[in-house]
Ligand binder design. Sequence first.
Ligand code: ZN
Ligand code: ZN
Ligand code: ZN
Length: 121
Amino acid sequence: MLDMSKVDLCPDCNKEGLTFDRGLVKCEHCKAKHKIEYLAENVLGISDEYEIVKDGGELPIFDCPDCGVTAMVFDDGNYEGYCFCCEGHFEAGLLIKCSVCGTPDYKEDGMSSLCRNHQWA
Ligand SMILES: [Zn+2]
Ligand SMILES: [Zn+2]
Ligand SMILES: [Zn+2]
């Protein structure tokens, strides 16, 4: 589950008002520029990035199926996504995770779990 109450919340000053700015997310209050990774931890409720990276994992940030920018946080548990660039919220059930490359994409009628790059392969 993504914590949607935190997607517009600056982790530094605790105020709402984030805008996407050239690959980073900028806070309009304290002017801090955050990496997507930093905000993803917050939204996913991950307290320690090191714990994930240490185990060989990566933070689940993918290309957004809508705008194509690598700014979508994806919850592997319920397949929910949120894009910091276009601010799109992909509710659980809307997306699949490609069984070939692991990229989330829209679920198509009758299609199994393949992204648009692999559907016709
Ligand atoms: Zn701030
Ligand atoms: Zn997007
Ligand atoms: Zn794929």
